[in-house]
Unconditional design. Structure first.
Length: 312
Protein backbone atom coordinates (compact mmCIF):
# COMPACT_ATOMS: atom_id res chain seq x y z
CA UNK A 1 0.00 0.00 0.00
CA UNK A 2 1.33 3.43 -0.87
CA UNK A 3 0.06 6.73 0.43
CA UNK A 4 1.17 10.35 0.40
CA UNK A 5 0.56 13.11 2.89
CA UNK A 6 0.46 16.76 1.94
CA UNK A 7 1.65 19.10 4.66
CA UNK A 8 2.80 22.67 4.29
CA UNK A 9 3.61 22.27 0.62
CA UNK A 10 5.73 19.18 1.27
CA UNK A 11 4.66 15.63 0.54
CA UNK A 12 5.95 12.62 2.39
CA UNK A 13 5.57 9.28 0.70
CA UNK A 14 5.64 6.04 2.61
CA UNK A 15 5.55 2.62 1.00
CA UNK A 16 4.64 -0.27 3.25
CA UNK A 17 5.27 -3.72 1.87
CA UNK A 18 4.68 -6.93 3.67
CA UNK A 19 8.02 -8.46 2.79
CA UNK A 20 7.72 -11.47 5.03
CA UNK A 21 5.90 -14.73 4.51
CA UNK A 22 3.83 -15.71 7.52
CA UNK A 23 3.32 -19.28 6.23
CA UNK A 24 7.06 -19.77 5.82
CA UNK A 25 7.70 -18.32 9.27
CA UNK A 26 5.21 -20.70 10.86
CA UNK A 27 6.84 -23.69 9.14
CA UNK A 28 10.31 -22.61 10.28
CA UNK A 29 9.00 -22.14 13.81
CA UNK A 30 7.74 -25.75 13.85
CA UNK A 31 11.01 -27.07 12.42
CA UNK A 32 13.04 -25.33 15.13
CA UNK A 33 10.72 -26.66 17.86
CA UNK A 34 11.11 -30.27 16.66
CA UNK A 35 14.91 -30.01 16.54
CA UNK A 36 15.05 -28.31 19.94
CA UNK A 37 13.20 -31.25 21.50
CA UNK A 38 15.45 -33.80 19.73
CA UNK A 39 18.64 -32.01 20.74
CA UNK A 40 17.61 -31.45 24.35
CA UNK A 41 16.50 -35.06 24.77
CA UNK A 42 19.69 -36.65 23.47
CA UNK A 43 21.96 -34.15 25.22
CA UNK A 44 21.29 -35.84 28.58
CA UNK A 45 22.18 -39.28 27.21
CA UNK A 46 25.37 -38.02 25.58
CA UNK A 47 26.50 -36.20 28.72
CA UNK A 48 26.08 -39.37 30.77
CA UNK A 49 27.90 -41.33 28.08
CA UNK A 50 30.80 -38.90 28.15
CA UNK A 51 31.15 -39.10 31.93
CA UNK A 52 30.99 -42.91 31.94
CA UNK A 53 33.45 -43.39 29.06
CA UNK A 54 35.76 -40.51 29.98
CA UNK A 55 35.57 -39.07 26.45
CA UNK A 56 36.15 -35.33 26.02
CA UNK A 57 34.69 -35.54 22.53
CA UNK A 58 31.39 -36.78 23.95
CA UNK A 59 31.39 -34.33 26.86
CA UNK A 60 32.24 -31.46 24.54
CA UNK A 61 29.49 -32.48 22.14
CA UNK A 62 27.02 -32.81 25.02
CA UNK A 63 27.96 -29.34 26.25
CA UNK A 64 27.52 -28.05 22.74
CA UNK A 65 24.12 -29.74 22.52
CA UNK A 66 23.09 -28.18 25.85
CA UNK A 67 23.71 -24.66 24.60
CA UNK A 68 22.30 -25.64 21.21
CA UNK A 69 19.10 -26.75 22.88
CA UNK A 70 18.85 -23.43 24.72
CA UNK A 71 19.69 -21.53 21.54
CA UNK A 72 17.08 -23.46 19.55
CA UNK A 73 14.43 -22.70 22.14
CA UNK A 74 15.42 -19.04 21.94
CA UNK A 75 15.19 -19.23 18.14
CA UNK A 76 11.72 -20.75 18.44
CA UNK A 77 10.67 -17.97 20.82
CA UNK A 78 12.07 -15.39 18.41
CA UNK A 79 9.81 -16.80 15.67
CA UNK A 80 6.94 -16.70 18.17
CA UNK A 81 7.57 -13.02 18.92
CA UNK A 82 7.98 -12.18 15.24
CA UNK A 83 4.37 -13.27 14.66
CA UNK A 84 3.13 -10.47 16.90
CA UNK A 85 1.90 -7.28 15.23
CA UNK A 86 3.70 -3.95 15.68
CA UNK A 87 2.89 -1.88 18.74
CA UNK A 88 2.89 1.83 19.55
CA UNK A 89 6.34 1.43 21.13
CA UNK A 90 7.72 -1.11 18.62
CA UNK A 91 6.45 0.21 15.32
CA UNK A 92 8.46 -2.27 13.23
CA UNK A 93 7.24 -5.21 15.28
CA UNK A 94 9.44 -7.95 16.76
CA UNK A 95 11.17 -9.14 13.58
CA UNK A 96 14.62 -8.01 14.70
CA UNK A 97 14.44 -10.31 17.75
CA UNK A 98 15.41 -13.14 15.37
CA UNK A 99 18.57 -11.30 14.38
CA UNK A 100 19.42 -10.56 18.02
CA UNK A 101 19.03 -14.25 18.85
CA UNK A 102 21.25 -15.19 15.90
CA UNK A 103 23.96 -12.87 17.22
CA UNK A 104 23.60 -14.32 20.72
CA UNK A 105 23.87 -17.82 19.27
CA UNK A 106 27.16 -16.87 17.65
CA UNK A 107 28.52 -15.68 21.00
CA UNK A 108 27.52 -18.92 22.74
CA UNK A 109 29.19 -20.98 20.00
CA UNK A 110 32.40 -19.00 20.54
CA UNK A 111 32.27 -19.65 24.29
CA UNK A 112 31.78 -23.39 23.79
CA UNK A 113 34.64 -23.63 21.30
CA UNK A 114 37.03 -21.82 23.66
CA UNK A 115 36.11 -24.18 26.50
CA UNK A 116 36.67 -27.22 24.28
CA UNK A 117 40.16 -25.98 23.34
CA UNK A 118 41.03 -25.34 26.99
CA UNK A 119 39.83 -28.78 28.08
CA UNK A 120 41.64 -30.45 25.17
CA UNK A 121 44.97 -28.88 26.15
CA UNK A 122 44.49 -30.03 29.73
CA UNK A 123 43.75 -33.58 28.62
CA UNK A 124 46.71 -33.68 26.27
CA UNK A 125 48.92 -32.95 29.27
CA UNK A 126 47.18 -35.56 31.44
CA UNK A 127 45.50 -38.14 29.16
CA UNK A 128 42.59 -39.89 30.93
CA UNK A 129 41.40 -43.43 30.28
CA UNK A 130 38.74 -43.62 27.56
CA UNK A 131 36.22 -46.46 27.10
CA UNK A 132 36.15 -46.48 23.33
CA UNK A 133 33.45 -49.15 22.83
CA UNK A 134 30.58 -47.41 24.67
CA UNK A 135 31.86 -44.09 23.35
CA UNK A 136 31.44 -45.33 19.76
CA UNK A 137 27.83 -46.44 20.39
CA UNK A 138 26.83 -43.11 21.96
CA UNK A 139 28.57 -41.15 19.21
CA UNK A 140 26.71 -43.06 16.48
CA UNK A 141 23.39 -42.42 18.19
CA UNK A 142 24.27 -38.73 18.52
CA UNK A 143 25.18 -38.49 14.85
CA UNK A 144 21.85 -40.08 13.87
CA UNK A 145 19.90 -37.57 15.99
CA UNK A 146 21.88 -34.66 14.58
CA UNK A 147 21.40 -35.79 10.99
CA UNK A 148 17.63 -35.91 11.53
CA UNK A 149 17.74 -32.42 13.04
CA UNK A 150 19.87 -31.09 10.18
CA UNK A 151 17.48 -32.49 7.54
CA UNK A 152 14.49 -30.94 9.33
CA UNK A 153 16.10 -27.49 9.54
CA UNK A 154 17.60 -27.59 6.05
CA UNK A 155 14.10 -27.51 4.56
CA UNK A 156 13.49 -24.10 6.15
CA UNK A 157 14.23 -20.58 4.98
CA UNK A 158 18.03 -20.39 4.65
CA UNK A 159 17.78 -16.67 3.98
CA UNK A 160 16.76 -16.17 7.61
CA UNK A 161 19.65 -15.44 10.00
CA UNK A 162 17.69 -17.10 12.78
CA UNK A 163 17.35 -20.36 10.79
CA UNK A 164 20.99 -20.20 9.73
CA UNK A 165 22.03 -19.81 13.35
CA UNK A 166 20.01 -22.91 14.26
CA UNK A 167 21.54 -24.81 11.33
CA UNK A 168 25.07 -23.89 12.41
CA UNK A 169 24.39 -25.19 15.91
CA UNK A 170 23.15 -28.53 14.59
CA UNK A 171 25.99 -28.74 12.06
CA UNK A 172 28.44 -28.23 14.92
CA UNK A 173 26.79 -31.12 16.77
CA UNK A 174 27.11 -33.32 13.68
CA UNK A 175 30.82 -32.53 13.45
CA UNK A 176 31.22 -33.23 17.16
CA UNK A 177 29.53 -36.62 16.85
CA UNK A 178 31.60 -37.49 13.75
CA UNK A 179 34.79 -36.55 15.59
CA UNK A 180 33.78 -38.74 18.53
CA UNK A 181 33.19 -41.67 16.17
CA UNK A 182 36.61 -41.27 14.53
CA UNK A 183 38.29 -40.89 17.92
CA UNK A 184 36.58 -44.02 19.25
CA UNK A 185 37.64 -46.06 16.22
CA UNK A 186 41.27 -44.87 16.48
CA UNK A 187 41.39 -45.65 20.21
CA UNK A 188 39.91 -49.10 19.63
CA UNK A 189 42.44 -49.82 16.88
CA UNK A 190 45.59 -48.25 18.36
CA UNK A 191 44.82 -47.37 22.00
CA UNK A 192 46.08 -43.83 21.24
CA UNK A 193 43.89 -41.65 23.49
CA UNK A 194 45.30 -38.19 22.49
CA UNK A 195 43.21 -38.45 19.31
CA UNK A 196 40.13 -37.64 21.42
CA UNK A 197 41.16 -34.08 22.49
CA UNK A 198 42.96 -33.42 19.16
CA UNK A 199 39.80 -34.03 17.11
CA UNK A 200 37.80 -31.99 19.62
CA UNK A 201 40.07 -29.00 18.92
CA UNK A 202 39.66 -29.40 15.15
CA UNK A 203 35.87 -29.41 15.53
CA UNK A 204 36.08 -26.34 17.79
CA UNK A 205 38.06 -24.45 15.13
CA UNK A 206 35.52 -25.31 12.44
CA UNK A 207 32.69 -24.15 14.70
CA UNK A 208 34.53 -20.88 15.38
CA UNK A 209 34.74 -20.04 11.67
CA UNK A 210 31.02 -20.59 11.09
CA UNK A 211 30.13 -18.71 14.28
CA UNK A 212 32.20 -15.73 13.19
CA UNK A 213 30.40 -15.59 9.84
CA UNK A 214 27.00 -15.69 11.56
CA UNK A 215 27.93 -13.01 14.12
CA UNK A 216 29.32 -10.72 11.42
CA UNK A 217 26.15 -10.88 9.34
CA UNK A 218 23.85 -10.48 12.35
CA UNK A 219 25.90 -7.51 13.59
CA UNK A 220 25.65 -5.92 10.13
CA UNK A 221 21.86 -6.12 10.32
CA UNK A 222 21.78 -4.80 13.90
CA UNK A 223 23.98 -1.86 12.85
CA UNK A 224 21.54 -1.19 9.99
CA UNK A 225 24.14 -1.71 7.30
CA UNK A 226 23.22 -1.86 3.62
CA UNK A 227 21.97 -5.42 2.89
CA UNK A 228 24.23 -7.74 0.93
CA UNK A 229 23.60 -7.54 -2.79
CA UNK A 230 22.42 -3.91 -2.66
CA UNK A 231 24.52 -0.87 -3.55
CA UNK A 232 23.01 2.34 -2.17
CA UNK A 233 24.89 4.69 -4.51
CA UNK A 234 24.07 2.60 -7.58
CA UNK A 235 20.39 2.47 -6.61
CA UNK A 236 20.31 6.27 -6.18
CA UNK A 237 21.99 6.75 -9.56
CA UNK A 238 19.52 4.40 -11.29
CA UNK A 239 16.57 6.23 -9.74
CA UNK A 240 17.89 9.55 -11.07
CA UNK A 241 18.34 8.07 -14.55
CA UNK A 242 15.02 6.22 -14.82
CA UNK A 243 12.41 8.20 -12.87
CA UNK A 244 10.98 11.15 -14.80
CA UNK A 245 10.85 14.37 -12.79
CA UNK A 246 13.50 13.25 -10.28
CA UNK A 247 16.51 15.56 -10.42
CA UNK A 248 18.60 14.21 -7.55
CA UNK A 249 18.51 11.71 -4.67
CA UNK A 250 19.96 12.79 -1.34
CA UNK A 251 20.37 11.34 2.14
CA UNK A 252 19.44 7.82 1.07
CA UNK A 253 19.56 5.10 3.70
CA UNK A 254 19.04 1.39 3.00
CA UNK A 255 18.83 -1.24 5.73
CA UNK A 256 17.10 -4.46 6.74
CA UNK A 257 14.94 -5.30 9.72
CA UNK A 258 15.76 -9.01 9.92
CA UNK A 259 18.07 -9.85 7.01
CA UNK A 260 15.19 -10.39 4.57
CA UNK A 261 12.89 -7.33 4.77
CA UNK A 262 14.67 -4.36 3.16
CA UNK A 263 13.77 -0.71 3.76
CA UNK A 264 14.88 2.69 2.51
CA UNK A 265 14.47 6.40 3.17
CA UNK A 266 15.53 9.16 0.82
CA UNK A 267 15.10 12.84 -0.08
CA UNK A 268 13.86 13.29 -3.66
CA UNK A 269 14.81 16.63 -5.27
CA UNK A 270 12.17 17.13 -7.99
CA UNK A 271 12.00 19.25 -11.14
CA UNK A 272 9.79 22.31 -10.77
CA UNK A 273 7.13 20.91 -13.12
CA UNK A 274 7.20 17.35 -11.67
CA UNK A 275 4.05 15.73 -10.25
CA UNK A 276 5.09 14.79 -6.70
CA UNK A 277 2.53 12.00 -6.26
CA UNK A 278 3.37 10.33 -9.60
CA UNK A 279 7.12 10.69 -9.06
CA UNK A 280 6.99 9.21 -5.57
CA UNK A 281 4.90 6.32 -6.87
CA UNK A 282 7.45 5.68 -9.64
CA UNK A 283 10.34 5.75 -7.14
CA UNK A 284 8.64 3.19 -4.93
CA UNK A 285 7.78 0.92 -7.84
CA UNK A 286 11.41 1.04 -9.03
CA UNK A 287 12.72 0.23 -5.53
CA UNK A 288 10.29 -2.67 -5.07
CA UNK A 289 10.53 -4.27 -8.52
CA UNK A 290 14.27 -3.95 -9.14
CA UNK A 291 15.81 -4.00 -5.68
CA UNK A 292 13.35 -5.83 -3.40
CA UNK A 293 12.82 -2.76 -1.18
CA UNK A 294 9.13 -2.98 -0.34
CA UNK A 295 9.05 -0.34 2.39
CA UNK A 296 10.25 3.11 1.35
CA UNK A 297 9.83 6.58 2.80
CA UNK A 298 10.33 9.36 0.26
CA UNK A 299 10.55 13.08 1.09
CA UNK A 300 10.03 15.25 -2.01
CA UNK A 301 11.42 18.78 -2.35
CA UNK A 302 11.17 21.49 -5.00
CA UNK A 303 13.37 24.36 -6.09
CA UNK A 304 15.41 26.16 -3.45
CA UNK A 305 14.21 23.78 -0.77
CA UNK A 306 16.01 20.96 -2.54
CA UNK A 307 19.26 22.92 -2.49
CA UNK A 308 19.22 23.27 1.29
CA UNK A 309 21.53 20.51 2.47
CA UNK A 310 21.65 19.88 6.21
CA UNK A 311 24.79 17.83 6.78
CA UNK A 312 24.66 15.00 9.34
Amino acid sequence: MAHTHGQGGRDHGHGHGQGHDHGKGTTDKTRVLVVACLTGGFMVAEALGGVVTGSLALIADAGHMLTDSIALWLAWYAFHLADRPPTVRLTYGFGRVKTLVAYTNGITIFAIAVWIVYEAVRRLMEPPEVLAGPMLVVAFLGLAVNIVGFVVLRGGDRGSLNMRGALIHVLGDMLGSAAAIVAAIVILATDWTPIDPILSVLVALLILSTAWSLMREAAHVLLEGVPAGLDRDRIASELQDKVAGLREVRHMHVWSIDGSRNMATLRACLDDDADAVATIRAIKMELASRHGIDHATVEPEYGAGAETDHRH
